[in-house]
Design a binder for this molecule. Structure first.
Ligand code: ATP
Length: 431
């Protein structure tokens, strides 16, 4: 149907024939001439309709079309125009594809602010708004670049099951589903399976897939279904995993800067490519820091939002928190050789916010089994996983980035729902 997107018109020769398709954003009728603003995914174009050329009846039919109706316009490019866009189309044929009902559930380009609940209820309409679309274009580019970096680094894409019998890290936050005569759960993370892939000799794997967590609280940075970008790599330490993560993040930012100029302008983003390596601070150093600065915290506790706020004032951009106490981390983390109270785990943070968790994993069958027991879990439910550690398991490490969390943090939106097409939260399962 279409020959060009609206943003391609300005580069064409005068007189070129084009067909554009999109939504009627606005019609200004000034008597014998009407200006129709047509919007598609890439921008807007002006269609200049002259009554003399089309006859009274046709002219009236078109100018009375409702806003947000869809049309295709075939016509000729004119660059000698006073239009702000620098180019207009003189239409020869306008196909009316679908007429929008009025009133609209919400405006697309109106300046009036609409609350987030209405926006999410009428999400298809909200997603037509250019600034909302820009957020998803940035998210798409981040995902695309991350995938590219991983592919270039020799990672194989895998797809692990999302319906499982065992909780990854114990029983909390799980969604139970009926699985014929049995109970099963929606997966919280592909952790156990991506580790099994290391035993399978796949060496380096990645997966970009939904993860499900029955989050107790309705926060602005948690979803009940999010996209987890997971990697696992063999013959590798936590240091290797951190270096890869730095590269993945830096490349992704560079990719957006290069490919999303319009979106960055529209969203007022002023990114610079971060320097590598990112700073590394240990858990203990930060524990000391927060205690000295008025936020009380005991060894073995996770950082509270208050503590993270304080830390975020000192470390404003990317940094790693390393050397976590084993008691704060999952059973599969590899303990440090010099002091097994600590584990080879890390979080990538941006200011006060967590983007990624990762670690070198424990690949020793006996001590892994012990750690499962220490956490109060039953090794029997992990048999299928533990089995993979008995017959030759390479040392390995990995991490998981939440795609929406990353996009939220980099674009500075206050609510993770802004960068989720159809968010699932405590109250929302529709649309
Ligand atoms: P948080 O402390 O932020 O709740 P977590 O420690 O539970 O996160 P991990 O299990 O380490 O998170 O998950 C890895 C990454 O997945 C996190 O760094 C984050 O980017 C993302 N993530 C985790 N839970 C959610 C969620 N409920 N909604 C959106 N993203 C999430």
């Amino acid at each position: 149907m279409r020959t060009h997107y609206t943003n391609q018109l300005k580069d064409l020769e005068n007189g070129t024939y084009v067909t554009i398709c999109g939504w009627i954003q606005e019609i200004r009728n000034i008597g014998n001439i009407a200006f129709i603003i047509v919007r598609d995914r890439e921008g807007i174009a002006q269609v200049t309709l002259l009554k003399n050329d089309h006859g009274d009846e046709e002219f009236q039919k078109i100018v009375s079309l409702s806003r947000e109706s869809t049309i295709c316009v075939k016509g000729k490019i004119n660059k000698n125009t006073k239009s702000k866009l620098g180019v207009e189309i003189y239409p020869e044929k306008i196909d009316i594809l679908s007429i929008a009902e009025a009133p609209l559930p919400m405006g697309v380009v109106d300046k009036v602010s609409v609350d987030i609940e209405t926006r999410l209820n009428e999400r298809f309409m909200d997603l037509r708004r250019p600034e909302v679309l820009s957020l998803f274009k940035v998210e798409s580019s981040l995902g695309k670049s991350i995938r590219r970096t991983l592919e270039e680094d020799g990672f194989l894409e895998v797809h692990t099951p999302k319906i499982i019998a065992t909780a990854t890290e114990g029983g909390t936050n799980l969604f139970k589903v009926k699985y014929f005569e049995k109970d099963a759960y929606l997966v919280q993370s592909p952790q156990l399976y991506k580790q099994i892939m290391m035993a399978a000799g796949f060496d380096r794997v990645y997966e970009i897939a939904p993860a499900f967590r029955a989050e107790e609280h309705n926060t602005t940075r948690h979803l009940n279904e999010f996209i987890s970008i997971d990697i696992e790599m063999s013959f590798a330490t936590h240091e290797d995993a951190m270096s890869l993560l730095e590269k993945v993040i830096t490349n992704a930012i560079e990719f957006v800067i290069k490919n999303n100029k319009d979106d960055m302008n529209r969203l007022n983003l002023n990114w610079k490519i971060p320097e590598r390596p990112f700073p590394r601070v240990t858990y203990s150093e930060l524990l000391d820091y927060v205690n000295k600065n008025g936020v009380e915290m005991k060894f073995g506790e996770d950082f509270s939002s208050e503590a993270l706020e304080l830390i975020g004032k000192k470390y404003k951009e990317f940094y790693f928190i390393t050397r976590w106490p084993m008691e704060t981390r999952a059973f599969y983390v590899m303990p440090c050789e010099d002091d097994p109270t600590f584990g080879k785990a890390f979080d990538l943070q941006y200011g006060e916010r967590e983007i990624t968790s990762g670690a070198q994993r424990n690949h020793n069958y006996n001590s892994l089994k012990e750690n499962i027991e220490k956490k109060g879990l039953d090794p029997k439910s992990f048999e299928f996983y533990l089995e993979a550690f008995k017959y030759g398991m390479p040392p390995h490490a990995g991490w998981a980035i939440g795609l929406e969390r990353l996009t939220m943090i980099l674009t500075g939106v206050k609510n993770i729902r802004e960068v989720t097409l159809f968010p699932r939260d405590r109250k929302r399962v529709v649309p």
